[in-house]
Design a protein. Structure first.
Length: 254
């Protein structure tokens, strides 16, 4: 089936703009691309098509982000967060197969409430921190991120909340996010080939969004390199709060 028999040229132009904006936000704070894409694309396209659209831009941009400091640094991040990655992978692959059975609304509400609460209280001045990584908490966060990510394509907020609670340095957080999201995106590609979401015409649509996402990300990275750790934390929490509120909106309104 031809792609443009499913979407109009006007919808394609708007989708390219959404991809650029999503890339810009990701370059600034290292996450939120799936949320911007799924929210923007869902306003004009069926949810399944929107989910397919975010997959390849997410995969490519996270690869760039993960490898920005080289393969060796990325490998260190994989070893450090291996529990998160392993548990998240299993839950993502499992939940992706439920996309034709379950709606994502309940998952989004369950995720949106704690994310919004976490970001809001930190913005208001109450710091929730972990003095050291916890295997149990890391596994729990990985499970939540993977389960929701398989259904909705969004797994960034719980990851960011965990890294922020650890007070991870800006450069390390950007790399770790890229590694976690990049490996998650690889799993998402495999999972949704299996679920049928990613197929000929939807894969072409997703591929067409890669370039504007990369261009936007480059602009965001230019600005991100010029802000300090305190500003980065505040900006991250603000985007996290917006993301949490958006998850609640999607969970309540669909």
């Amino acid at each position: 089936m031809d792609l443009f028999s499913l979407i109009s040229p006007q919808e394609m132009y708007l989708a390219l703009i959404v991809a650029f904006v999503a890339g810009w936000v990701k370059g600034m704070v290292g996450f939120a691309m799936p949320m911007v894409l799924i929210s923007g694309l869902s306003m004009m396209l069926p949810p399944e098509f929107a989910l397919a659209g975010l997959i390849l831009p997410t995969l490519v941009t996270n690869g760039v982000q993960a490898l920005r400091e080289g393969v060796a640094a990325a490998a260190v991040s994989v070893r450090k967060f291996r529990v998160f990655l392993a548990v998240g992978l299993i839950c993502l692959l499992a939940s992706a197969q439920l996309i034709n059975i379950l709606t994502p609304q309940d998952f989004l509400l369950v995720l949106g409430v704690p994310i919004t609460f976490f970001a809001l209280i930190q913005i208001l001045g109450l710091r929730l921190t972990l003095k050291a990584p916890s295997v149990g908490i890391e596994a729990m966060v990985g499970a939540v991120a993977g389960a929701v990510g398989g259904i909705s394509g969004v797994w960034g907020p719980p990851t960011v909340a965990y890294l922020t609670a650890l007070n991870t340095p800006k450069k390390d957080q950007m790399r770790v996010q890229g590694v976690i999201y990049g490996l998650g995106a690889v799993a998402l590609v495999a999972a949704h080939f299996g679920s049928g979401v990613l197929r000929g015409e939807t894969a072409l649509f997703s591929a067409m969004l890669v370039l504007p996402a990369l261009v936007g990300m480059r602009g965001g990275l230019f600005l991100q390199d010029r802000i300090d750790q305190t500003q980065f934390r505040k900006l991250t929490l603000l985007v996290l709060l917006i993301a949490g509120l958006n998850l609640l909106r999607r969970g309540l309104l669909g």
